[in-house]
Design a protein around this ligand. Structure first.
Ligand code: GRF
Length: 205
């Protein structure tokens, strides 16, 4: 069994896909905490409906929030094995990355290393992909290091976008695949089937 914490900032469709996969097939995964930088987003409401503890992270000192340093202590106390960033828009503090080295994964809606980095999130990514007239796009699940969208790639899936008419259409096509890819990777990690050999990531069958 692995204990995960899902970090969210928005509507939470990837979080929902993880929860559905846990019900249906991911029997070795337990979501023990949801972390958000926004107290009122769709993903937080969803977490509450599942009865999962929610932590609103902020270094502002506002009532009802927890600092990133204290959050790290909470995650350690809860013995979280893996942090999953599912649409989390804040940069993860270096202290957390050091503590959870190779134990933080993110889903990004383009085929990294293309269309990643600061400012490349949400529809910005799909607009850039559309304007470049890319014929394929698709999601990437990768490890999180101290640089935006830079960690080693764990899984990607190409999506044919040769006939799309808008960035929104790309977003919808890619999102459908995100909902399979992220639970797939979490499942592999929970079964200890993610291996790093020769500096490269392998997912065993
Ligand atoms: C997804 O497109 C994900 O790739 C990106 O942010 C979006 C989050 O969507 N990192 P949702 O909140 O999971 O619906």
């Amino acid at each position: 069994m692995i204990k995960i914490s899902v970090f969210v900032s928005g509507r939470g469709s990837n979080f929902e896909a993880i929860m559905k996969a846990i019900t249906n097939s991911l029997k070795k995964v337990e979501v023990c905490a949801v972390v958000s930088n926004k107290s009122d987003c769709g993903a937080v409401k969803l977490a509450e409906s599942y009865g999962i503890p929610v932590y609103v992270a902020s270094d502002s000192g506002k009532t009802g929030t927890v600092s990133y340093h204290n959050l790290l202590e909470i995650l350690k106390e809860k013995q979280i094995d893996l942090i999953v960033l599912a649409g989390f828009l804040k940069k993860i503090p270096d202290e957390m990355i050091d503590e959870f080295s190779n134990r933080i994964v993110n889903i990004h809606p383009s085929l990294l290393p293309a269309f990643g980095g600061k400012g490349m999130y949400g529809l910005n990514v799909h607009k850039a992909v559309f304007e470049k007239s890319c014929m394929v796009s698709g999601p990437t699940v990768h490890f999180v290091d101290k640089i935006y969208d830079n960690g080693k790639i764990i899984a990607q899936e190409a999506v044919d976008i040769s006939n799309v008419n808008s960035p929104e259409e790309i977003a919808a096509k890619v999102l459908r695949v995100e909902h399979k890819l992220l639970p797939f990777v979490i499942g592999k990690i929970s079964e200890d089937k993610l291996k790093i050999k020769n500096n490269r990531v392998y997912l065993e069958n």
